[in-house]
Design a protein around this ligand. Structure first.
Ligand code: HEC
Ligand code: HEC
Length: 96
């Protein structure tokens, strides 16, 4: 089957639409909270119905720029110094 010009136009349109959806879903591709020993209790707190904003406050205990803390990547969009960190706003819990 030979594709006519308008078929190619249609295919290009689909590629663009899919590309746009992929781009705006960017936030969802941010790394999720690992489900491991360090983070399991937050999954449990969330399941108990605790507010994400309350759970957020526990994250900097380990994730901080102090000696012994886990530093943020250089390109991290927010730094702890910039005020309260809404970690779970960007880093979602994994689907259980
Ligand atoms: C008890 C210490 C501890 C606490 C508290 C903690 N983390 Fe972590 N987190 C770690 C360690 C260690 C790593 C790196 C190793 C790993 O991937 O588990 C990590 C890694 C991560 C990563 C990167 C995962 C990846 O795929 O690279 C994210 C995102 C994260 N934590 C989010 C959070 C959030 C959100 C909170 C608060 C709800 C939190 N952490 C609280 C210890 C902690
Ligand atoms: C505005 C959105 C946003 C907020 C708020 C945010 N992060 Fe991130 N974080 C990102 C992005 C984007 C990256 C880049 C890597 C990625 O895709 O996950 C990242 C990377 C990380 C990494 C490194 C993951 C790796 O590559 O191993 C950790 C750990 C992490 N964040 C923890 C936290 C913690 C803890 C908080 C709260 C104190 C927090 N983040 C708040 C968006 C955010």
């Amino acid at each position: 089957m030979k594709l006519a010009k308008k078929d190619w136009f249609f295919i290009a349109l689909i590629v663009v639409v899919v590309g746009v959806f992929w781009a705006i879903s960017g936030e969802v591709r941010t790394k999720k909270v690992p489900f491991d020993e360090n983070h399991r209790k937050f999954y449990e707190a969330f399941r108990r119905g605790e507010e994400k904003m309350t759970i957020d406050r526990a994250c900097p205990a380990c994730h901080n720029e102090q000696p012994g803390g886990i530093p943020f990547p250089k390109n991290h969009p927010v730094k702890p110094a910039e005020g309260p960190m809404r970690c779970l706003f960007c880093h979602k819990f994994k689907q259980q």
